[in-house]
Design a protein around this ligand. Structure first.
Ligand code: ZN
Length: 308
């Protein structure tokens, strides 16, 4: 997320659900994390943790992203173009046809995975692939990018899909949510039937070991869905009002939207955020896998009909 907005937004944050009937147990962090195992009723994604780790290492300069090419950041025009090529090649490996959305100052990458039935209903999964200039940005947002690519691989493998999936990798989030705002304009002008938007930013850090996920400014229906699946899988779901990432662009066009993150606001702040220390070896890949499985389960249940 762009740091310029952080201070004011943190000051303005409001814990949502403080009055909820069933607040997360304050002792949740003391319990060992139950292993929820494979997704209910779906094939086990044994490749998930290794795949996400590989993507984060490539995006954050921990290993070459292409033959003989290692990138230190994802900030310059040249670096972001290298990343676009990598994202496109991964999408193609999963049988998808990548497309580009050039909006002038930058270019988003996206791909549609069609439903196996006749429907226009679409669920958007997004995350920004750019970084600030001075950080390898493994957590912010190599992790969200990896989760979206893993979701593309996962859902492309499923024999049945009752809605279309639109996977989008946003450019220029760090300079002010530019790519996602351009994509929101595209959705509106093309009148795409997007029923829900799930955006992923920072799925990397769990120093307090409670395995909790944080939802940013969630649509109430989506919040309930995450809480339901979280309860089934033993994952604490916290919700806060927080607007400094790409989900804000879709709230801006009144789509049911949720930002999914680590406990960035709720007391487990990643000290490497926006520093040169945000490197691939700092990421908690087991935590990332558990959150990814939660997300896949949520996305397997419902596209989330519009609630606003
Ligand atoms: Zn970010």
């Amino acid at each position: 997320m762009p740091s310029s907005k952080l201070t004011t937004t943190l000051a303005a944050l409001l814990i949502v659900g403080a009055c909820s009937e069933d607040p997360p147990s304050p002792d949740a962090g003391l319990e060992p994390m139950p292993d929820a195992g494979c997704l209910s009723g779906l094939a086990c994604a044994t490749w998930l943790e290794d795949y996400e780790r590989e993507i984060v290492y490539k995006l954050a300069g921990g290993m070459p992203i292409a033959n003989g090419v290692t990138i230190a950041q994802r900030f310059t025009t040249e670096q972001r173009e290298i990343v676009r090529g990598y994202l496109e090649s991964e999408l193609q490996l999963h049988g998808l046809v990548p497309e580009r959305h050039d909006y002038g100052t930058g270019t988003n990458v996206f791909a549609t995975l069609p439903a196996t039935i006749e429907t226009t209903a679409t669920v958007l999964l997004g995350g920004h692939f750019d970084s600030i200039e001075t950080s390898p940005a493994a957590g912010d947002n190599g992790t969200g990018t990896a989760l979206v690519l893993a979701a593309a691989r996962y859902f492309a493998d499923q024999p049945e899909r009752n809605w279309n999936y639109l996977f989008v990798f946003f450019d220029e989030e760090e300079v002010g949510l530019v790519g996602s705002q351009a994509f929101a304009d595209k959705i509106r002008s093309e009148q795409l039937d997007v029923r829900a938007v799930h955006n992923f930013d920072l799925i990397s850090w769990d120093e307090d070991g409670d395995g909790a996920v944080e939802l940013w400014s969630p649509d109430p229906g989506l919040q309930a869905l995450y809480e339901q699946v979280g309860q089934e899988r033993g994952v604490t779901v916290q919700s806060v009002e927080f607007g400094s990432s790409d989900h804000a662009s879709f709230i801006g066009i009144n789509l049911p939207t949720v930002g999914v993150s680590e406990e960035f606001v709720s007391g487990d702040f990643n000290p490497h955020y926006h520093t040169p220390e945000d490197t691939a070896e700092k990421i908690d890949y087991a935590y990332m896998k558990r959150i990814s499985e939660l997300v896949f389960e949520v996305l397997s249940i419902a596209p989330q009909a519009a609630t606003r």
